[in-house]
Ligand binder design. Structure first.
Ligand SMILES: *Cc1c(COP(=O)(O)O)cnc(C)c1O
Length: 373
């Protein structure tokens, strides 16, 4: 008898699903610890702005009706923010949506997709699901995107090239002139996707960090993605967007599921954009927490990859597996980096002062337990 699972698309059959950070409740269940903290998914430790929460809650009175499928108000607000037309905005259930739409629209089996080594896990995943060939380009010595080599890796078959700026999980970024030169080299038959999930953090930490959305008018094959999951603290509501030429946005919107951004998420995103105070406080907490973690790692003689995001990826001084386990036993959840080709590294999200302190203390014990200190 034939088995339906044998008929899954070839790309999907070979696929390993995306592994998210371990949820706190799961750790508490498995390890029997009571007060676990999670610094594993680059969430804003201050959470959502109170104004965003209120706005989301207010929509629940109308939970029985569909949201605005076109996202009129939010799209308009995002367009104003970037000085582009609303027709250039594609709303997403997180920015994962426009990233997926890009592959769905432009990539067919046998095509090529170019991305960097140690880059965001979604890129190879989407590529494989589409039955395309992923071309992973080695990084520079400092784990940064090698844009020269990435441009050189683009062939006639390349439909999408992904640039994560800054990159997760390394926290590295490419500067303004390097990115511009790269975009000038991307041929017209390839969509250049610049993933700016950590845009605001990078802007805050580095004056040479570029806003690729400013170049949309010059590059009709450019897609810039942004999210409300990170600085805006709305990861649980799932809202993000893509910015592109109107023609590319029109294509992306054809595959966008109807009502992909729900009403609470639309309302919360609008309110979050207007809460300058909460955004500034979140950036300040990140700067301070980053300095705190860097100082703590330095004291412990551990190396890290300099980051312009809200996370820090550090070298545990050997295989990271047992240090990761020792931290879990103490109720501290970080993200192991083996699947990103960095088996010695762990990624820590910058948390609140007390959480960072707890991580560093737990790290002392983990290093002692594993005989590294
Ligand atoms: C977190 C993240 C995203 C998007 O996440 P969403 O919650 O879907 O918006 C995109 N790219 C990178 C590099 C990320 O780290």
């Amino acid at each position: 008898m034939s088995d339906i699972t044998d008929y899954a698309a070839a790309g999907v059959r070979g696929l390993a699903p995306y592994k998210p950070g371990k949820p706190v409740a799961e750790l508490q269940r498995e390890y029997g610890v009571a007060d676990a903290i999670k610094l594993a998914s680059n969430e804003n430790p201050l959470g959502a702005s109170p104004r965003a929460r209120e706005a989301a809650a207010a929509t629940l009175d109308e939970a029985g009706i569909y949201p605005d499928g076109g996202g009129f108000a939010l799209r308009g607000r995002i367009a104003d923010h970037h000085g582009v037309a609303a027709e250039q905005v594609t709303l997403g259930n997180g920015s994962s949506d426009p990233l997926a739409f890009a592959v769905e629209v432009f990539v067919t089996p046998g095509d090529e997709v170019v991305y960097s080594a140690h880059a965001f896990a979604l890129y190879p995943l989407l590529t494989q699901a589409a039955g395309a060939r992923g071309v992973e380009v080695p990084t520079t010595a400092g784990y940064g995107h090698d844009l020269e080599a990435m441009a050189a890796a683009i062939t006639d078959r390349t439909r999408v090239v992904f640039v994560a700026n800054p990159n997760n999980p390394t926290g590295t970024r490419v500067g303004a002139s390097a990115l511009r030169n790269f975009l000038e080299r991307v041929p017209g038959h390839t969509l250049a996707v610049v993933d700016e999930a950590y845009f605001e953090y990078a802007r805050d930490l580095d004056s040479d960090y570029p806003d690729a959305s400013a170049w949309l008018a010059e590059f009709p094959n450019l897609l810039v993605t942004r999210t409300f999951s990170k600085l805006h603290g709305l990861a649980g509501l799932r809202v993000g967007y893509g910015l592109s030429s109107p023609a590319v946005a029109d294509l992306l919107n054809r595959v966008r599921p109807p009502f992909n951004v729900n009403a609470p998420a639309q309302a919360a995103a609008l309110a979050a954009m207007d809460d300058a105070e909460h955004l500034a406080a979140s950036l300040e907490a990140n700067r301070e927490g980053m300095a705190q973690l860097e100082a703590g790692l330095r004291e412990r003689g551990l190396d890290w990859i300099p980051s312009v995001g809200n996370f820090l990826t550090f070298d545990t001084g050997g295989d990271a597996g047992e240090v990761h386990e020792a931290l879990l036993r103490q109720g501290v959840i970080l993200r192991p980096m083996g699947e990103y080709g960095l088996p010695r590294h762990l990624r820590a999200t910058i948390g609140r002062t007390a959480d960072n302190e707890r991580l560093l203390t737990a790290l002392d014990r983990a290093l002692a337990e594993t005989g590294r200190r």
